[in-house]
Design a protein around this ligand. Sequence first.
Ligand SMILES: Nc1ncnc2c1ncn2[C@@H]1O[C@H](COP(=O)(O)OP(=O)(O)O)[C@@H](O)[C@H]1O
Ligand SMILES: [Mg+2]
Length: 343
Amino acid sequence: MAFLEVQDLTLYYDTHRGPLRAVDRVSFSLEKGEALGIVGESGCGKSSIALALIRVLPKNVHTYTGSVRLDGRELLSLSDEEFRRQIRWRKISMAFQGAMNVLNPVLKVGYQIAEPLLEDGQIPKEKAFSRVKEILKLVGLPPETAERFPHELSGGMKQRVVLATALVFNPHLVILDEPTSALDVSVQAQIMNLLKRLKSELGLTFVFITHDIALASDLCDRLGIAYAGQLAEEGPVEEILQRPTHPYTQGLLESMPLLRSDKPPSFIPGAPPGLTDPPKGCRFAPRCPYAFARCEQPPPPFVTTNRSRAFCWLLAEQRTLTPPVPSPYTGRAREGSRKSRAG
Ligand SMILES: Nc1ncnc2c1ncn2[C@@H]1O[C@H](COP(=O)(O)OP(=O)(O)O)[C@@H](O)[C@H]1O
Ligand SMILES: [Mg+2]
């Protein structure tokens, strides 16, 4: 059994237009020390997956079901109180999207990192503050940072503080929701290096959420390609980049500008569906150049290789088990579309 096993995780929100299916039967598994990148466009449910994993749910939850097993233990059957006391921050922690901009402006950084330890009440104050120094060092900040206020820090330093708050209880699984999106590229690279170091030195398991597939592939062992509240495809990073099987993944990769290519990046026409009334079958079908009659039914997961799965009816037709469209990462010219091969 894998360290983290997520099965059919579902989170719907109540809205005046009916239930909004932000997370719809999302499944993946992750070994200890691995990182999964969840990649997708804005609004496709990435943050909602994270909130469902750490059970920080807004008031208007409509449905919250599925299974999350961490180290063999089912978490969805725990009461809110059990989850709060035993799991959140201790076993699973999270750096929330935009958190660096909502650090409390009137509290010193050290106090903000120590706060959950102090609230816990089980550690004396001095010990909590020595833990703060330790953790600041771990994220590459000098111990004096504890005495400073958020406005005295740069963006990169603030993001390191956010990471420190997530690491203070030595969690096993850390969820990072767009941790570098607000930073400029060189600072982004420093944070990515820090994450790689934490992964190898502490053996942390990460769920890394981003809209940037290149960034995800820099850190992650596996990728989940999110589309309209679901994962369209999920598997080892090399397989997804070199042999994407889902047409959405292919479109996403082809939309990325490449350093050495005379081919301009293409884009996927249309827009993702609304999540209160998504297509009944494959959610990507209305935008998919390969859609055919069967796509009106929801596709089951097709195992494409040992450790990857894609939700696409084309895989039921033998023709597409090895997709004819090479990834832009291989640098080779496109060898012809699926459609022409299939037809
Ligand atoms: N509390 C909420 N109530 C209703 N809809 C929400 C709520 N939070 C998010 N949504 C909607 O859920 C969908 C997924 O949002 P989100 O998980 O934030 O996506 P992402 O992180 O990929 O941008 C979006 O359509 C968003 O508008
Ligand atoms: Mg988000």
